[in-house]
Design a protein. Structure first.
Length: 304
């Protein structure tokens, strides 16, 4: 408990009372003092450690609740919906997030004698943080006080964090990120194509070919990695992309839907409302008119 309390205090100090993305490459921190409404975002391969409060995350048909002393690992780009479930000014939601880089993981795989088997759903999992993982994350945060220390020791501390993850209960999921010929790497090729061609029609046969798999194998591994079909994943991506365009005012409702691949404005509005709870025009107005802090709080969906 003392180690977790020390980590919590360090995150609060360095987060400066809010959410700070990419303080250094791939390292982000957040502090939220109240529960938040569900917010949709795209997650990326990362590890998120909770030092206070609790979080509720939904991906596809799966739900995860995790809190202080637990960590979340994500192995692939996933459309998720997250909210802070418990946080108060006296007991805030406190989070550390670190991107998981395939090259760092791959370099450690040869030294890993035994790795836990991945679960049936390989895209996201929750684990209990070991004393070694808490210690490594704490030392990473202490390096932020001295740029010279961070430059010299940061890479080694990142490697230690990854090592603790690889040798922990969710090591099987982390290992998949570093395998160039693993199923996660193959599925990531298809996901990368969909992100680059958000408005293009999806042919599962083409996605299977991009992934280097048969159609049946591609379907099985895609579902295991994302808890969705490729069509469901693309729909979630399109709606999130359209929401971003509406929020910035870069496009009107019909135009935003068309730009992400919807030929029918009525279908776009119907699916948007089903995903976000409000019609697109009203949702965009509400988001733009929100209090300055509210949009920052929404970013917590991205932080684990």
């Amino acid at each position: 408990m003392a180690a977790l309390a020390d980590l919590r205090d360090l995150i609060i100090r360095h987060a400066r009372g809010g959410i700070r993305r990419n303080i250094v490459d791939g390292l982000s921190l957040g502090v939220v003092t109240g529960g938040t409404p569900p917010a949709a975002t795209m997650s990326e391969p990362s590890m998120t450690l909770i030092a206070g409060g609790s979080k509720h995350t939904v991906v596809g048909d799966r739900e995860f609740v995790y809190g202080a002393g637990q960590y979340l690992v994500v192995s692939i780009d996933l459309p998720v919906t997250g909210r802070v479930q418990h946080a108060t000014p006296d007991d805030p939601f406190v989070v550390f997030s670190l991107s998981l880089r395939p090259a760092v993981i791959a370099a450690l795989l040869l030294d890993t004698l035994e790795v836990a088997r991945p679960p049936a759903f390989t895209g996201l999992a929750v684990g209990e943080a070991s004393a070694g993982l808490l210690d490594a994350v704490t030392r990473m945060l202490r390096l932020l006080d001295d740029p010279a220390d961070l430059a010299a020791l940061g890479p080694a501390t990142e490697r230690e964090i990854v090592w603790r993850l690889l040798t922990g209960p969710q090591g099987g999921i982390v290992r998949q990120i570093g395998l160039a010929d693993g199923s996660i790497a193959h599925i990531s090729r298809a996901i990368g194509w969909m992100r680059e061609h958000v408005a293009d029609p999806v042919a599962v046969t083409d996605l299977a070919r991009i992934s280097g798999m048969s159609v049946s194998t591609f379907h099985r591994h895609f579902r295991a990695a994302t808890s969705m079909t490729p069509i469901q994943w693309q729909k979630a991506l399109r709606l999130r992309e359209a929401r971003g365009r509406l929020l910035t005012g870069a496009a009107g409702v019909a135009e935003a839907g068309y730009e992400v691949g919807y030929a029918s404005p009525s279908q776009f509005s119907r699916e948007y409302r089903r995903a976000f709870g409000r019609p697109p025009g009203q949702d965009a107005r509400d988001l733009r008119e929100a209090e300055p802090g509210e949009n920052g709080v929404r970013e917590v969906a991205w932080l684990g």
